[in-house]
Unconditional design. Structure first.
Length: 109
């Protein structure tokens, strides 16, 4: 079982090396005619627009899930202690003061 712990990072490194080799091979290939280059520009622009929209939706989802998990974890007696501390009013006040640059009472709940 201890050997499997080393196998996972090793396979990750092998995958990265394979990807680097394929990237270099594809980069050396001819881009094609002017029309093909124009079409590839349209495809790349469309793909980036899709990825931007996808990340926007995914970020909303991740924030909502994180808030729900943190709230539910802080209300459960058997949850980890770090969740309850992170959701305490005092910690929220401190983090809000730190990020907003305001100086309020640190002792206030």
């Amino acid at each position: 079982m201890d050997k499997l712990m080393y196998l996972v990072p090793a396979m990750g490194v092998i995958g990265l090396l394979y990807t680097l080799i394929k990237y270099r091979w594809v980069s050396k290939q001819d881009a094609g005619t002017d029309r093909m280059k124009e079409i590839s520009t349209y495809i790349a622009d469309g793909a980036m627009a899709f990825l931007k929209a996808e990340w926007k939706i995914l970020s909303y989802f991740a924030v909502i899930v994180a808030l729900l998990l943190g709230f539910m974890g802080s209300r459960n007696d058997s949850s980890h202690w770090s969740i309850a501390i992170a959701w305490s009013p005092r910690v929220r006040l401190r983090s809000g003061n730190t990020t907003s640059g305001k100086r309020k009472s640190w002792a206030a709940p």
